[in-house]
Design a protein around this ligand. Sequence first.
Ligand code: PRP
Ligand code: URA
Length: 209
Amino acid sequence: MPKIHVFDHPLIQHKLTYIRDIETGTKEFRELVDEVATLMAYEITRELPLKEVEVQTPVCKAKSSVLAGKKLGIVPILRAGIGMVDGILKLIPAAKVGHIGLYRDPETLQPIEYYVKLPSDVSERDFILVDPMLATGGSAIAAVESLKSRGAKNIKFMCLIAAPEGVKALTDAHPDVDIYIAAMDEKLDEKGYIVPGLGDAGDRLFGTK
Ligand code: PRP
Ligand code: URA
Protein backbone atom coordinates (compact mmCIF):
# COMPACT_ATOMS: atom_id res chain seq x y z
CA MET A 1 0.00 0.00 0.00
CA PRO A 2 1.27 3.53 -0.78
CA LYS A 3 2.17 5.71 2.17
CA ILE A 4 0.72 9.22 2.44
CA HIS A 5 3.01 11.56 4.37
CA VAL A 6 1.67 14.94 5.47
CA PHE A 7 4.53 17.26 6.46
CA ASP A 8 2.99 19.25 9.29
CA HIS A 9 6.23 20.97 10.35
CA PRO A 10 5.35 24.46 11.74
CA LEU A 11 7.64 26.26 9.25
CA ILE A 12 5.98 24.49 6.32
CA GLN A 13 2.48 25.26 7.60
CA HIS A 14 3.39 28.92 8.29
CA LYS A 15 4.79 29.48 4.81
CA LEU A 16 1.90 27.61 3.21
CA THR A 17 -0.55 30.09 4.74
CA TYR A 18 1.16 32.96 2.89
CA ILE A 19 1.34 30.88 -0.30
CA ARG A 20 -2.45 30.46 -0.12
CA ASP A 21 -3.07 34.18 0.55
CA ILE A 22 -4.52 35.98 -2.50
CA GLU A 23 -2.61 39.11 -1.43
CA THR A 24 0.77 37.38 -1.88
CA GLY A 25 2.38 38.65 -5.09
CA THR A 26 4.39 36.69 -7.66
CA LYS A 27 7.86 37.41 -6.25
CA GLU A 28 6.96 36.42 -2.70
CA PHE A 29 4.88 33.44 -3.89
CA ARG A 30 7.86 32.10 -5.84
CA GLU A 31 10.22 32.57 -2.87
CA LEU A 32 7.82 30.83 -0.50
CA VAL A 33 7.30 27.85 -2.83
CA ASP A 34 11.08 27.55 -3.12
CA GLU A 35 11.49 27.62 0.68
CA VAL A 36 8.76 25.06 1.29
CA ALA A 37 10.27 22.79 -1.37
CA THR A 38 13.59 22.90 0.53
CA LEU A 39 11.88 22.05 3.82
CA MET A 40 9.96 19.19 2.17
CA ALA A 41 13.17 17.92 0.56
CA TYR A 42 14.73 17.74 4.03
CA GLU A 43 11.85 15.53 5.18
CA ILE A 44 11.65 13.38 2.04
CA THR A 45 15.39 12.56 2.16
CA ARG A 46 15.16 11.21 5.73
CA GLU A 47 15.44 7.62 4.58
CA LEU A 48 18.35 8.00 2.13
CA PRO A 49 20.84 5.18 2.74
CA LEU A 50 24.15 5.96 4.43
CA LYS A 51 27.51 4.21 4.36
CA GLU A 52 30.24 4.29 6.94
CA VAL A 53 33.56 5.97 6.16
CA GLU A 54 36.63 6.81 8.18
CA VAL A 55 37.45 10.47 8.77
CA GLN A 56 40.54 12.03 10.29
CA THR A 57 39.42 14.77 12.67
CA PRO A 58 41.94 17.21 14.25
CA VAL A 59 41.79 14.90 17.26
CA CYS A 60 41.75 11.31 15.97
CA LYS A 61 40.44 8.92 13.33
CA ALA A 62 36.68 8.33 13.56
CA LYS A 63 34.01 6.31 11.85
CA SER A 64 31.29 8.52 10.37
CA SER A 65 28.51 8.40 7.73
CA VAL A 66 28.07 9.82 4.26
CA LEU A 67 25.26 9.32 1.73
CA ALA A 68 25.61 5.94 0.04
CA GLY A 69 25.58 7.59 -3.37
CA LYS A 70 22.10 6.54 -4.48
CA LYS A 71 21.36 8.18 -7.82
CA LEU A 72 18.45 10.60 -7.57
CA GLY A 73 16.35 12.34 -10.20
CA ILE A 74 13.97 15.25 -9.71
CA VAL A 75 11.20 15.61 -12.26
CA PRO A 76 8.96 18.70 -12.20
CA ILE A 77 5.64 18.54 -14.03
CA LEU A 78 5.69 21.68 -16.20
CA ARG A 79 4.97 24.39 -15.64
CA ALA A 80 4.28 24.78 -11.97
CA GLY A 81 6.59 21.99 -10.80
CA ILE A 82 9.57 24.11 -11.94
CA GLY A 83 8.94 26.37 -8.95
CA MET A 84 9.96 23.57 -6.59
CA VAL A 85 13.16 22.37 -8.28
CA ASP A 86 15.75 24.88 -7.04
CA GLY A 87 14.53 24.50 -3.47
CA ILE A 88 15.13 20.74 -3.64
CA LEU A 89 18.52 21.12 -5.39
CA LYS A 90 19.74 23.25 -2.48
CA LEU A 91 19.83 20.05 -0.42
CA ILE A 92 20.62 17.46 -3.11
CA PRO A 93 22.62 19.43 -5.69
CA ALA A 94 23.98 16.35 -7.47
CA ALA A 95 20.51 15.13 -8.48
CA LYS A 96 19.74 15.11 -12.20
CA VAL A 97 16.63 16.97 -13.37
CA GLY A 98 14.16 15.66 -15.94
CA HIS A 99 11.06 17.47 -17.21
CA ILE A 100 7.57 16.29 -18.09
CA GLY A 101 5.32 18.85 -19.78
CA LEU A 102 1.60 18.42 -19.15
CA TYR A 103 -1.34 20.77 -19.05
CA ARG A 104 -4.95 20.10 -18.12
CA ASP A 105 -7.43 20.59 -20.91
CA PRO A 106 -9.71 23.21 -19.34
CA GLU A 107 -12.85 21.49 -20.67
CA THR A 108 -12.14 17.82 -20.00
CA LEU A 109 -9.51 18.29 -17.22
CA GLN A 110 -7.58 15.51 -18.99
CA PRO A 111 -3.77 15.92 -19.01
CA ILE A 112 -2.15 16.57 -22.40
CA GLU A 113 1.56 15.62 -22.61
CA TYR A 114 3.68 17.99 -24.71
CA TYR A 115 7.29 17.45 -23.58
CA VAL A 116 9.43 14.75 -21.95
CA LYS A 117 13.18 14.90 -21.32
CA LEU A 118 14.71 12.61 -18.69
CA PRO A 119 18.21 11.60 -17.59
CA SER A 120 19.53 8.79 -19.84
CA ASP A 121 19.94 6.29 -16.96
CA VAL A 122 16.27 6.35 -15.90
CA SER A 123 16.17 2.75 -14.70
CA GLU A 124 19.09 3.32 -12.28
CA ARG A 125 17.63 6.36 -10.52
CA ASP A 126 15.12 6.95 -7.76
CA PHE A 127 12.78 9.79 -8.75
CA ILE A 128 11.02 12.57 -6.90
CA LEU A 129 8.18 13.80 -9.13
CA VAL A 130 7.12 17.30 -8.11
CA ASP A 131 4.10 19.51 -8.74
CA PRO A 132 2.56 22.01 -6.30
CA MET A 133 -0.97 20.68 -6.90
CA LEU A 134 -2.62 17.23 -6.87
CA ALA A 135 -6.20 18.00 -7.90
CA THR A 136 -8.04 15.31 -9.92
CA GLY A 137 -4.74 13.40 -10.03
CA GLY A 138 -4.83 13.17 -13.82
CA SER A 139 -1.51 15.00 -14.34
CA ALA A 140 0.36 13.06 -11.64
CA ILE A 141 -0.99 9.72 -12.91
CA ALA A 142 0.06 10.54 -16.49
CA ALA A 143 3.51 11.73 -15.35
CA VAL A 144 4.09 8.54 -13.33
CA GLU A 145 3.02 6.49 -16.37
CA SER A 146 5.42 8.47 -18.53
CA LEU A 147 8.30 7.83 -16.10
CA LYS A 148 7.48 4.13 -15.71
CA SER A 149 7.16 3.60 -19.48
CA ARG A 150 10.77 4.86 -19.79
CA GLY A 151 12.06 2.47 -17.12
CA ALA A 152 11.67 4.27 -13.78
CA LYS A 153 11.05 1.83 -10.93
CA ASN A 154 11.10 3.87 -7.76
CA ILE A 155 9.03 7.07 -7.75
CA LYS A 156 7.92 9.37 -4.92
CA PHE A 157 5.37 12.12 -5.61
CA MET A 158 5.74 15.44 -3.74
CA CYS A 159 3.25 18.31 -3.81
CA LEU A 160 2.22 21.28 -1.70
CA ILE A 161 -1.55 20.81 -1.66
CA ALA A 162 -3.61 17.72 -2.45
CA ALA A 163 -7.33 17.10 -2.77
CA PRO A 164 -8.65 13.80 -1.38
CA GLU A 165 -9.95 12.96 -4.87
CA GLY A 166 -6.44 13.25 -6.34
CA VAL A 167 -4.80 11.23 -3.59
CA LYS A 168 -7.34 8.42 -4.12
CA ALA A 169 -6.95 8.47 -7.91
CA LEU A 170 -3.13 8.42 -7.72
CA THR A 171 -2.97 5.67 -5.09
CA ASP A 172 -5.53 3.56 -7.03
CA ALA A 173 -3.57 3.97 -10.28
CA HIS A 174 -0.06 3.65 -8.83
CA PRO A 175 -0.11 1.94 -5.42
CA ASP A 176 3.70 1.71 -5.45
CA VAL A 177 4.12 5.52 -5.40
CA ASP A 178 4.36 7.14 -1.96
CA ILE A 179 2.86 10.63 -1.72
CA TYR A 180 4.38 13.52 0.27
CA ILE A 181 2.20 16.57 0.83
CA ALA A 182 2.25 19.76 2.90
CA ALA A 183 -1.55 19.94 3.23
CA MET A 184 -4.57 17.82 2.45
CA ASP A 185 -7.43 20.16 1.52
CA GLU A 186 -11.21 19.65 1.55
CA LYS A 187 -12.31 18.92 -2.01
CA LEU A 188 -12.37 19.98 -5.66
CA ASP A 189 -14.79 22.59 -7.00
CA GLU A 190 -16.80 22.15 -10.22
CA LYS A 191 -13.87 23.48 -12.29
CA GLY A 192 -11.40 21.03 -10.76
CA TYR A 193 -9.74 23.61 -8.49
CA ILE A 194 -8.67 22.59 -5.01
CA VAL A 195 -10.76 24.13 -2.19
CA PRO A 196 -9.48 26.15 -0.37
CA GLY A 197 -6.22 25.60 -2.30
CA LEU A 198 -4.14 28.47 -3.63
CA GLY A 199 -5.70 29.10 -7.05
CA ASP A 200 -3.76 28.37 -10.23
CA ALA A 201 -0.24 27.46 -9.16
CA GLY A 202 1.35 28.08 -12.59
CA ASP A 203 -0.28 31.47 -13.01
CA ARG A 204 0.69 32.58 -9.50
CA LEU A 205 4.31 31.41 -9.93
CA PHE A 206 4.86 32.96 -13.32
CA GLY A 207 2.56 35.98 -13.12
CA THR A 208 0.37 34.88 -16.02
CA LYS A 209 -3.41 35.07 -16.12
C1 PRP B 1 -1.85 22.33 -12.70
C2 PRP B 1 -0.91 21.79 -11.64
C3 PRP B 1 -0.90 20.32 -11.93
C4 PRP B 1 -2.30 20.06 -12.40
C5 PRP B 1 -3.07 19.41 -11.30
O1 PRP B 1 -1.19 22.45 -13.90
O2 PRP B 1 0.38 22.38 -11.66
O3 PRP B 1 0.04 19.93 -12.92
O4 PRP B 1 -2.87 21.34 -12.71
O5 PRP B 1 -4.36 19.09 -11.71
P1 PRP B 1 -4.86 17.59 -11.87
O6 PRP B 1 -4.43 16.85 -10.63
O7 PRP B 1 -6.36 17.74 -11.97
O8 PRP B 1 -4.28 17.02 -13.12
P2 PRP B 1 -1.91 23.08 -15.20
O9 PRP B 1 -2.59 22.04 -15.99
O10 PRP B 1 -2.72 24.27 -14.76
O11 PRP B 1 -0.67 23.54 -16.08
P3 PRP B 1 0.46 24.64 -15.79
O12 PRP B 1 1.36 24.09 -14.69
O13 PRP B 1 1.16 24.71 -17.09
O14 PRP B 1 -0.19 25.92 -15.38
N1 URA C 1 -4.21 23.19 -10.69
C1 URA C 1 -3.95 24.32 -10.01
O1 URA C 1 -3.00 25.05 -10.33
N2 URA C 1 -4.75 24.62 -8.97
C2 URA C 1 -5.77 23.85 -8.59
O2 URA C 1 -6.45 24.19 -7.61
C3 URA C 1 -6.02 22.67 -9.32
C4 URA C 1 -5.23 22.36 -10.36
